[in-house]
Write a protein that binds this ligand. Structure first.
Ligand SMILES: *[C@@H]1O[C@H](CO)[C@@H](O)[C@H](O)[C@H]1NC(C)=O
Ligand SMILES: *[C@@H]1O[C@H](CO)[C@@H](O)[C@H](O)[C@H]1NC(C)=O
Ligand SMILES: *[C@@H]1O[C@H](CO)[C@@H](O)[C@H](O)[C@H]1NC(C)=O
Length: 452
């Protein structure tokens, strides 16, 4: 591992960039004029493994960035790009049309997007054996990145640092948070780690699968026949997980999704009030798309790397960044990232959340009401399995309603908090909470980071 600090590199100033862009593309790209300070770079986290990060300093009219927290955002998949999807589709300053986002988290925090695991987004490996195959590698790679980042950006060492995540990113965030907590205690990383937030997170996959049937049945998306079919395959997934047959569990999980699709006329796994868009023509070979993993990859990673986002990232963004190697295309290795994690996919990490809670790390769980793939019932099921000694007290509490605006009477969320665990139920949101309900997502982030 390369833990020695390396030279810190900074991008050219925005005006020069604008000129470069105009000249090189021939197109007019209207970057907002009040662009805040941004920096980005690669860190070689292991031999042949290069991780890309992109930092935006908070832009708040009344506060210096040093008075606001630093939030790292981790996308799911595995293989979904934080610098692309999280940034342009969820919380960054610009949307994917490069128009300012009203609910950007940048008004209340500096934002660090990292394309993780290696091979995701603009991150890349030189050799096929360098992809991460398990959570331990994902976490140790991230420790190298964070050590380099905080060594190079001392101004962030004392600022409260939070990790926010989505989907599979939540599973990675849990593992990363625990390693970071240890590294800080050992003195190898200097940062003011203040909490981890797990959004619609893949903490206990089997608890999600087991709740799919009852959840869909309760909202008129399965009949008795369908419920029986879904419950049966869910039991098979449980059986495989209990026997430690994780690759088989991944395959059965895919089968469960197909059965749901057939019985619900194609419900969208990311928001039950909508339907799955028909699959767009794939670039990959037919053989791959017909394999069970190919099918899963297309369902769960493709939507994070849509064609329009890919054009943006591989077009104007790549030119703006200026440091992306020529043979590295954004999202080009995502498929391999996903395939290499096959054996890890269905493993639960409830025990890691327990370790975080016992260690005193602030843990927030937040979940969209309309998400199916990681439905709220499944989240509540694994929370009930925590061995954390304070859990009975957490369970005894009643939740409180939250409103995005002080004057509004429309309930946007419910929250329950005890000691270092908080749970947010986000209403009218699917899997991508900040994209679906930007106002309450921003408010939640401000609450979690103790700004409200
Ligand atoms: C913002 O904070 C940084 C770091 O503490 C400091 O160097 C800088 O001068 C501050 N800027 C303003 C405008 O106060
Ligand atoms: C971490 O941040 C909090 C809140 O700003 C501050 O009170 C505390 O001193 C910081 N701790 C360190 C070790 O920098
Ligand atoms: C955890 O959150 C509580 C408030 O909810 C806060 O008082 C405490 O300082 C936080 N702990 C850390 C380590 O940031």
């Amino acid at each position: 591992m390369e833990l020695a600090p390396r030279n810190c590199r900074f991008p050219p100033p925005p005006l020069l960039l604008l000129l470069l862009l105009g000249l090189s593309t021939g197109a007019i790209v209207n970057w907002p004029t009040e662009e805040g300070k941004e920096v980005w770079d690669y860190v070689t986290v292991r031999k042949d493994a290069h991780m890309f990060w992109w930092l935006y300093y908070a832009t708040n009219p009344c506060k210096n960035f040093s008075e606001l927290p630093l939030v790292m955002w981790l996308q799911g998949g595995p293989g979904g790009s934080s610098t692309g999807f999280g940034n342009f589709e969820e919380i960054g300053p610009l949307d994917s049309d490069l128009k300012p986002r009203r609910t950007t988290w940048l008004q209340s925090a500096s934002l660090l997007f990292v394309d993780n695991p290696v091979g995701t987004g603009f991150s890349y490996v030189d050799k096929d054996d360098a992809y991460a195959k398990d959570l331990a590698t994902v976490a140790s790679d991230m420790m190298v990145l964070l050590k380099t980042f905080f060594d190079c950006h001392k101004e962030f060492q004392t600022i409260p640092f939070y990790i926010f995540s989505e989907s599979y990113g939540g599973k990675m965030a849990a593992g990363i948070a625990l390693e970071l907590h240890k590294a800080i205690q050992q003195g190898t990383i200097k940062c003011n780690f203040s909490g981890v937030a797990l959004g619609d997170s893949w903490i206990s996959p089997v608890d999600s699968v087991l709740s799919w049937g009852p959840y869909l049945y309760s909202v008129s998306l399965l009949d008795d026949q369908g419920l029986a079919e879904v419950s049966q395959v869910a039991e098979e997934v449980l059986d495989a997980v209990n026997k430690g047959l994780y690759k088989e569990a991944t395959q059965l999980w895919g089968q469960a999704e197909v059965i749901i699709e057939q019985n619900t006329d194609g419900v969208n796994f990311y928001n039950i009030l909508t339907k799955n868009a028909p699959m767009s023509p794939m670039k990959s070979s037919l053989e791959f798309t017909q394999s069970h993993l190919g099918h899963l990859y297309h369902r769960h990673v493709r939507h994070l790397n849509q064609d329009s986002l890919s054009q943006l990232m591989n077009g104007p963004i790549r030119k703006k960044l200026g440091i992306i190697p020529e043979d590295c295309s954004w999202g080009g290795q995502a498929k391999n990232v996903f395939l290499n994690m096959e054996g890890d996919f269905m493993k639960p990490v409830i025990s890691i959340v327990d370790e975080l809670l016992e260690a005193g790390v602030n843990v927030t769980v937040y979940n969209g009401q309309l998400d199916l793939i990681v439905d709220t019932m499944g989240q509540e099921a694994w929370v009930r399995k925590l061995k954390w000694t304070e859990l009975p007290k957490f369970n005894q509490l009643k939740w409180k309603p939250l409103y995005s605006e002080a004057k509004s009477s429309e309930t946007s969320a419910f929250v329950k908090r005890h000691e270092n665990l908080a749970f947010y139920w986000i209403l009218r949101a699917g899997h991508m909470v900040p994209s679906d309900q930007g106002d309450i997502a921003l408010k939640m982030m401000r609450l979690v980071t103790q700004q409200e």
